[in-house]
Design a protein around this ligand. Structure first.
Ligand SMILES: Nc1nc2c(ncn2[C@@H]2O[C@H](COP(=O)(O)OP(=O)(O)OP(=O)(O)O)[C@@H](O)[C@H]2O)c(=O)[nH]1
Ligand SMILES: [Mg+2]
Length: 354
């Protein structure tokens, strides 16, 4: 599962990417990024840390999110300025919006205006989708002579009656509710404005605590996380203790980078279950609504094939009672079958016959 980082030039995308993934890609006041970068971030999870303290395992493996830093979007160029192959691959988007002032750093539009950029980026995505959908419709129209399959007929209807009018009305497709069949049909196109999105508002140091005089508003379903890249870089360089103190002084609970990673995980519709032991304490990533059997398959396909049952306990019950044996004695270690829907934060032990 990948999250694309995008935005207009010089918004701080690569800076944020470096912070998220502990990378050191070049950032520059003048030269623009030309290449797409890929990196991995560990998902901060206090539950897993508490389990580690309990088991003191040899290996500790958190969940991860993959980030893709995409070179700056140039306004008005629609699909042309976008790294489309990379963008289509990602499952969700973080739009980095510049809200910091820096006279040395020119904004492509001549001024810093987060509200304008938020709206304009949506328009770029809509434009790119419009091109793709129009082309697809042209092709379907050509195929009509030979006759369309029922599936193609439905697709044409969907694109013509629902999707194109939405795009013409400048509505991002993430706001359009579709039946599950139609959603599946559309997913194949990997339309950009249909992807879930999060805004990272990159503010001046001073604005982090005080906030913006006029905070920009975003569209329905798009949440905003405020971040100051230089402050995050400072935090990252501190020891754990110093960090806690620094955050207290700032009046925030955790670094914005951590919030962004967790928010991306949620944006992707992902949850974690845990496996524990002296060898390894580990988070496994599944989609919300995954059955115990399929969840077992994320560990190993043999566990899914030979699935018999799962022993399940909530992470906090395990931390409270300190061992799986104690949980069993208390009667809170549940036995669940193949169709059980795994919940976020559960510790699972899979019984398998293979
Ligand atoms: N003052 C200030 N400078 C920042 C902030 N975030 C990034 N910068 C600086 O802005 C410049 C560009 O940052 P990048 O992270 O390279 O921006 P980008 O969005 O990746 O740029 P392109 O990929 O070229 O579009 C660098 O010199 C950064 O140090 C910020 O919050 N405040
Ligand atoms: Mg960059």
């Amino acid at each position: 599962m990948q999250v694309g980082i995008l935005g207009f030039t010089k918004a701080g995308k690569t800076t944020l990417f470096n912070l998220l993934t502990h990378s050191s890609q070049q950032t520059d006041k003048y030269a623009t990024s030309k290449k797409t970068h890929v990196g991995v971030a560990n998902v901060p999870d206090d539950r897993l840390v508490q389990l580690r303290e309990l088991f003191n395992p040899k290996k500790f493996i958190p969940a991860t999110v993959t980030y893709v830093d995409i070179p700056g979007v140039k306004k008005g160029e629609g699909a042309e300025s976008l790294d489309l192959p990379s963008l289509r691959e990602v499952d969700a988007l973080i739009h980095v919006v510049r809200a910091f002032e820096d006279p040395e750093l020119l904004h492509p539009d001549g001024s810093v205006d987060p509200q304008r950029d938020i709206e304009n980026l949506d328009l770029e995505l809509i434009l790119a989708d419009h091109e793709l959908v129009s082309r697809r419709l042209e092709r379907l129209e050509k195929s009509r002579k030979r006759g369309l399959t029922p599936d193609e007929t439905r697709e044409q209807e969907l694109l013509e009656m629902v999707i194109l009018p939405a795009l013409d009305g400048e509505t991002p497709l993430r706001e359009i509710e579709l039946g599950s069949e139609d959603e599946k049909r559309l997913r194949g196109f990997q339309l950009l404005s249909a992807k879930p999105m999060l805004i990272a508002l990159n503010v001046d140091e001073g604005q982090l605590a005080g906030g913006l005089a006029e905070p920009p508003t975003s569209r329905a379903g798009v949440s905003t996380i405020v971040i100051s890249a230089p402050i995050e870089a400072e935090i990252a360089a501190l020891s754990d203790e110093e960090q806690t103190e620094f955050l207290q002084d700032l009046g925030v609970e955790e670094p914005s980078v951590d919030r962004i990673i967790r928010a991306s995980y949620q944006l992707l519709g992902l949850i974690s279950f845990f496996t524990v032991g002296e060898d390894e304490v580990r988070a496994w990533t599944i989609r919300q609504g995954t059955t115990a059997k399929v969840a077992a398959g994320s560990i190993h396909s043999d566990l899914e094939r030979g699935f018999i049952r799962a022993e399940v306990v909530r992470w906090d019950d395990l931390v409270r009672l300190k061992s799986l044996a104690a949980c069993r004695e208390e009667g809170i270690l549940r036995l669940e079958g193949r169709d059980y829907i795994t919940q976020d934060g559960e510790v699972m032990h899979i019984r398998s016959g293979v």
